[in-house]
Design a protein around this ligand. Structure first.
Ligand SMILES: Cc1ncc(COP(=O)(O)O)c(C=O)c1O
Length: 461
């Protein structure tokens, strides 16, 4: 397109869209198209609606990944889309920086109705940024430096959030990081030991970990809260993935009797349109951070509270409430989990189905019969997680269902579909999963062939 021609986004999409993988390889992260090509995921999707994606031939794919949890309401929800359009069309004096946003207050007010024990909200532009704010706020409020976090935790990839990331593969080569301390997930003794060492500002935890879909043991959060209070340290719940309705409660921590001092949300609050992060905290914590007029901008972000993000957030919360979406996540999640759990008896490769609401992990394990063990052991020897990858591959190529392996070196696939799915999607997924498990248990065929391809690839990385 030359500069003389009027700008036309549709023609950019139409003309350059088909080149997306080549352009990505040339100008962005070249490993992404390489990886997608290796597993045959390099589709050209041309449109999306609700919980479905469509390729150039209008073939439909069921999206059980929801953009890593962003599309809680499915794609292109009409109410959210209309709100974003209205925010654009209102010609607001947005991002003036020296005024107060007309939409941030109303969004904070609605969000706080979900957590009545908290009083203030800081808006940013992503989950990582919202976690960064929580870390800084906890340090400032307690005047202490140490943050405790859990093994296998994922809190983002910026330097601060990476310092509390429990997965070594992300940290490698980026040190030195902040000297924060990991404890095993759900280990109260370890938490108490570290609190006794002193200097702890807070304990950051995902009530349900995204990596592997590990659910905090019943009673752990209340007991952790009591310990933290005794040591005057803060409980910080990272609800970026498990929050905003996903688990059948508005926030996952609400499954138990706890009141975290800081709650972090993002992803779903965007309505799938405009990036947003929210750090929700007790009033006294904000009073410490913004303790005088001199400190008014001590923690701020240029695009935080922008009108489109606030509009998308408001519309999303409206739809969640109006349509009983959180209740649907609970009911549909229970149905899906029950039907998948029934299969554990039937398939020796299937170890466990766990999670809450529409955050479900399916874990595979070593088969007992010698017939399957050889293939399983060969995959494990090459790399843990390759069997789960063959399942993800088969679900995608045979049944056009998008899922993911739930983290490096894990034999777990994760389901985090839009919270609006219903029985039809549950039926489709369960039938597809049964078909894939049947094939896996035959011990030969395309799935195991693909496994051998993965073994070769892992040797030539
Ligand atoms: C629990 C949790 N915290 C934080 C983040 C980081 O969010 P973002 O990718 O928006 O920076 C994620 C992202 O997946 C997450 O799952």
């Amino acid at each position: 397109m030359s500069v003389e021609e009027p700008f036309d986004l549709r023609s950019v999409i139409q003309c350059r869209g088909p080149e997306r993988y080549a352009l990505h390889a040339r100008y962005l992260n070249p490993q992404l198209p390489r990886m997608l090509h290796a597993i045959g995921f390099d589709k050209i999707y041309t449109r999306a609606e609700s919980c479905y994606l469509y390729d150039a031939d209008d073939v439909e794919y069921l999206d059980m990944l929801a953009g890593f949890g962003v599309f809680a309401l499915g794609r292109h929800h009409p109410v959210v889309r209309k709100a974003v359009h209205e925010a654009l069309d209102a010609d607001l004096a947005d991002l003036t920086q020296f005024d107060a946003s007309p939409l941030a207050g109303p969004l904070a007010e609605v969000l706080l109705t979900q957590v009545p024990h908290l009083e203030r909200v800081y808006f940013s532009n992503s989950g990582s940024e919202a976690v960064e704010a929580a870390l800084k706020f906890a340090r400032r409020a307690t005047k202490r430096g140490r943050i405790l976090y859990c093994d296998h935790a994922f809190h983002g990839l910026t330097l601060g959030s990476l310092s509390v990331n429990g997965a070594g593969e992300f940290r490698d080569g980026f040190g030195p990081l902040l000297p924060d301390t990991p404890i095993p997930f759900g280990d109260l003794d370890a938490l108490e030991r570290e609190l006794r060492r002193g200097g702890v500002a807070g304990f950051l935890i995902e009530p349900i970990q995204g990596k592997g879909v590990a659910v905090s043991p019943p009673g752990f959060l209340p007991a952790a809260q009591a310990l933290l209070r005794r040591h005057k340290a803060l409980l910080i719940a990272d609800e970026v993935q498990c929050g905003v309705g996903r688990t059948g409660d508005f926030f996952a921590f609400q499954h138990e009797d706890v009141e975290p001092d800081i709650v972090v949300a993002a992803k779903a609050l965007s309505g799938g349109y405009i990036p947003i992060g929210a750090t929700i905290a007790r009033g006294w914590i904000f009073d410490q951070v913004y303790s005088s007029m001199d400190r008014v901008l001590v923690h701020a972000s240029t695009f935080g509270s922008n009108a489109q993000a606030m509009a998308a957030g408001l519309a999303t919360l409206h739809v969640l409430d109006r349509d009983g979406v959180v209740e649907n996540a609970r009911k549909t999640g229970e149905l899906l989990q029950t039907r998948l759990s029934e299969l554990v008896e039937r398939y020796e490769l299937l170890r466990e189905v766990r999670g809450r609401g529409l955050m479900i992990g399916i874990e595979f394990g070593r088969p007992s019969s010698w017939r399957l063990r050889a293939g399983w052991t060969a995959l494990q020897a090459a790399r843990t997680g390759l069997f789960a990858q063959t399942v993800v591959h088969a679900l995608f190529h045979r049944h056009r269902i998008l899922t993911q392996v739930s983290g490096d070196h894990l034999e777990v696939i994760k389901l985090i579909p839009p919270l609006t799915i219903g029985e039809a999607e549950v039926d489709r997924f369960v039938a597809a999963f049964i078909d894939v498990m049947d094939e896996a248990h035959r011990g030969n065929g395309l799935m195991w062939d693909f496994g051998r391809t993965l073994i070769k690839q892992s040797r030539s990385r």
